[in-house]
Design a protein around this ligand. Structure first.
Ligand SMILES: [Zn+2]
Ligand SMILES: [Zn+2]
Length: 262
């Protein structure tokens, strides 16, 4: 992997190699191995349901299409419910997620892009997430990219407390269905959601086709779209970032829609 020189003129988003994150992701991935001992159909069904709520509605619809791109309007209470659901995917509070994703669109696949796909598959897939900025640079990035959300007390509080919801959820899952619910509802669900989200940044910036000319690497990658509620129609998304629907033709709605090559 070759690290690009930092020429965007903005605060760096990758100052420190974050060992806490390394241990956290390693532990979660190891936890997935427990499926060999801790699997029930109920646990699988519950994990799929949580993935739809926290990954589909929370991250894709809430964090991405609503908060990052403001691609549709809804009552504030619904917006906060989406954000809470998103926070249960453990991809950080909305401020962190939205700031980095807006930065990605601002500098797509160039210096300044947190998960610049020009730096290789592994950087854009998951190595970037193991690198974090200093507190000072975090503040600078959020000042630049999320002043609209910073103004709201809800998002400032969520930024510091988002992991509490996940701890409560894990404890609740244990009391509801024992270890199979924890293994599937926490480890398997989170790891699946992480890799699906990361594939949008890696595979959908590398493999597939383009409907629209662009100066970035974003592509339409059908299998990522299938896994990610349509996020994999990523060339379309970079061409029209505020469109709530990423597939351009076919079924209405913000989820999967078939998207023929032009
Ligand atoms: Zn992208
Ligand atoms: Zn986007």
């Amino acid at each position: 992997m070759t690290r690009a020189r930092w020429t965007s003129g903005e605060a760096s988003d990758r100052d420190e190699f974050n060992l806490t994150r390394v241990f956290f992701f390693a532990a979660l991935h190891l936890g997935v191995l427990a499926v060999f001992w801790q699997t029930t159909w109920m646990a699988i069904g519950m994990a799929v349901m949580l993935h739809v709520i926290c990954g589909g509605l929370g991250v894709c619809v809430g964090y991405h299409r609503l908060l990052t791109h403001r691609s549709f309007k809804c009552p504030k209470i619904v917006e906060y419910a989406f954000a809470l659901a998103g926070s249960l995917s453990m991809q950080g509070g909305a401020l962190e997620w939205v700031a980095l994703h807006r930065k990605h669109h601002q500098h797509s696949d160039k210096d300044g892009d947190p998960h610049n796909a020009a730096e290789g598959f592994w950087w854009s897939h998951m190595l970037w997430v193991l690198h974090t900025p200093t507190n000072e640079n975090w503040r600078a990035i959020r000042r630049r990219y999320t002043p609209d959300l910073e103004k709201q007390l809800f998002y400032r509080v969520l930024e510091h407390t988002h992991y509490l919801g996940s701890i409560l959820l894990a404890v609740g899952l244990y009391f509801l269905g024992g270890w199979p619910f924890v293994v599937w509802g926490v480890c398997v669900r989170l790891v699946a959601t992480y890799h699906i989200t990361w594939f949008v940044n890696s595979a959908s910036h590398m493999w597939g086709y383009k409907n629209f000319e662009s100066d970035d690497l974003a592509t339409n990658c059908w299998w990522v779209a299938l896994l990610s509620y349509g996020e994999g129609w990523h060339n379309n998304h970079h061409a029209f970032p505020t469109s709530a629907r990423h597939g351009m033709w076919g079924w209405p709605g913000i989820f999967m829609s078939p998207h023929p090559r032009r």
